[in-house]
Design a protein around this ligand. Structure first.
Ligand code: GRF
Length: 209
């Protein structure tokens, strides 16, 4: 059985969706860089081991990342899921977990990497928006996309309503992709990412118009 660690910094609604999905893998631990993150309470309520590793207590990013790396090794983790984890990871850490670490980003990547995606979508006047689950690579929000949730931007949408609507999609596609990795539907190989045994060319799209 695949052992999963979820890295969080905040509310952890995506963590909750992963817990509620009863994955065929085991969520073996949750790491937060912030002791006050509500996600920690969600994990404890579900009986999942937690670790608080505060970035502020380390003199440099590499030391903080190394502490997380050691915790992941101690839990014998196979898959790292970033769920609202608000720290940039060092290249060394990303390399160590390459092909074993996924993230969810609130935009239709490659559009709108980085922050404030909902407002940027509104500013541009895009008709479609959504979220993307992708493998994590050294370049921010640039690893291979595995799945996208797509929605239509309404005339009355503001950044808050878009955030809420995108969250609904996140809670559907993130557990789905996690399960695909747990049960071997998605595999990261030397040849590339396989989906149902075939090279994956494009992310699987889920629509909620
Ligand atoms: C989500 O919007 C996700 O796209 C981004 O961080 C947020 C996490 O929300 N990476 P939550 O803590 O899971 O509620």
């Amino acid at each position: 059985m695949i052992k999963i660690a979820v890295l969080v910094s905040g509310s952890g609604s995506n963590l909750q969706a992963l817990i509620d999905a009863n994955l065929s893998g085991q969520i073996a631990g949750v790491i937060s860089n912030r002791p006050e993150a509500y996600a920690l309470q969600r994990a404890e309520k579900a009986g999942i081991a937690t670790a608080v590793i505060e970035h502020k207590q380390y003199p440099a990013r590499e030391f903080f990342d190394d502490a997380m790396h050691q915790q992941l090794l101690a839990w014998d983790i196979d898959l790292v899921i970033l769920a609202g984890f608000m720290r940039i990871l060092s290249a060394k850490f990303v390399k160590a977990w390459e092909g074993k670490m996924i993230n969810i980003h609130p935009s239709l990547l490659p559009n709108y990497k980085g922050m404030h995606t909902h407002q940027r979508v509104l500013n541009t006047g895009d008709s479609l928006h959504g979220c993307t689950v992708h493998y994590v690579t050294a370049e921010l929000d640039a690893g291979q996309a595995l799945a996208q949730g797509v929605l239509k931007v309404n005339v009355h949408d503001d950044a808050n309503s878009l955030a809420t609507r995108v969250h609904v999609l996140e809670h559907i596609i993130y557990p789905q992709v996690a399960e695909w990795i747990c049960n071997g539907t998605v595999q990261h190989t030397q040849q590339g990412v396989l989906y149902r045994g075939q090279l994956m060319q494009e992310p699987v799209q889920f629509c909620k118009l």
